[in-house]
Design a protein around this ligand. Structure first.
Ligand SMILES: Nc1nc2c(ncn2[C@@H]2O[C@H](COP(=O)(O)OP(=O)(O)OP(=O)(O)O)[C@@H](O)[C@H]2O)c(=O)[nH]1
Ligand SMILES: [Mg+2]
Ligand SMILES: [Zn+2]
Length: 287
């Protein structure tokens, strides 16, 4: 059979079959030596001596190391309007890393029931007017829009600790009791309540409730490709005077023109330049 790896706990694998049935499986030694399987991988398994044994991992479309997850369709950036504060710098950095991994970013804005400060509202509108899909959610409201985008897809959740990632899944799937921060405070844990790596069946899709992209590491991103990782820049790429334009100081830059005309928010461009400088400073060190 071909199954989807839902969960890996040490050497024990949980596979989801085509008809929704779950099987425990182990991994053949030769597979482990070739490849490190991840949640989201499709695995070919055979029933041998009373147990399912994974013989092969099928080619994957993409792969994230942190969280360890494969074949991801989209990443939901979960960002609260407050507690913790809404941060466009963080949204932009996370979305660049998601784009670099060839995954579609979606912005989920939580805790709208807490009231949205005017300045935050303005920041949210900038995203709503841009190319990323944006969905607003509030406490105890199961969002049909979130359910609709999850259906039939593999998604990872990402965003700050306390933004409401686990709460979002618990609200959509009332049978879930994923630990949220009220519980982790009682347990005396620090950063990020959710630590393990597992796919959950939610709203007809599979979702990894992992902290995700928490390191914001750009060491694998080059200055020349960073522009293609900014969703708002995509319509202008290839239209600059120089084809190796990094949209910084070059004349005839279509991205800068779009910023000047107001088609791309200033804030988006400033955050891009901030990350570009991090990459450039790092490069100099190694020259
Ligand atoms: N008012 C309000 N509170 C919310 C909402 N969503 C989550 N919360 C609260 O925010 C806190 C953090 O929620 P969690 O779901 O644990 O956050 P998380 O993103 O999973 O955090 P980590 O697992 O630590 O990464 C909890 O106290 C939730 O009850 C919301 O839409 N409105
Ligand atoms: Mg959580
Ligand atoms: Zn340019």
């Amino acid at each position: 059979m071909i199954g989807r790896i839902m969960k890996i706990v040490s050497r024990q694998y949980t596979l989801l079959g085509e008809n929704g049935e779950k099987h425990d499986a182990i991994l053949m030694g030769k597979v482990r030596r070739q490849d490190v399987p991840a949640a989201g991988d499709l695995a070919e398994a055979e029933y041998v001596n009373g147990r399912w044994v994974i013989q092969k991992i099928l080619p994957r479309r993409n792969r994230l190391i942190r969280p360890s997850c494969a074949n991801i369709d989209q990443a939901l950036i979960v960002m609260s309007v407050k507690d913790p504060d809404f941060s466009p710098a963080l949204v932009d950095r996370i979305s660049m890393l998601i784009m670099k991994a060839d995954i579609t970013p979606v912005l989920i804005i939580t805790k709208c029931d807490l009231g949205i400060p005017d300045e935050t509202e303005e920041m949210i509108r900038e995203y709503e007017n841009g190319p990323m899909k944006v969905i607003r959610t509030a406490k105890d409201e199961a969002s049909d829009e979130v359910a609709a985008i999850l259906e039939g897809k593999i998604s990872v959740l990402t965003g700050q600790s306390g933004a409401g990632k686990s709460t979002l899944l618990n609200t959509l799937e009332p049978s879930f009791h994923l630990a949220t921060q009220e519980i982790s405070k009682a347990l005396g844990r620090g950063k990020h309540t959710t630590r393990h790596n597992e796919l959950h069946s939610v709203a007809g899709g599979l979702v990894a409730d992992t902290p995700g992209f928490s390191s914001l590491d750009f060491s694998h991103v080059s200055a020349s490709e960073l522009g293609s990782c900014v969703p708002d820049f995509i319509p202008y790429l290839g239209k600059c005077r120089f084809n190796d334009c990094i949209h910084q100081n070059e004349p005839g830059c279509a991205v800068k023109e779009a910023v000047e005309s107001g088609s791309v928010p200033q804030r988006r461009y400033r955050n891009y330049l901030g990350v570009l400088e991090i990459i450039q400073n790092r490069k100099e060190k190694y020259l």
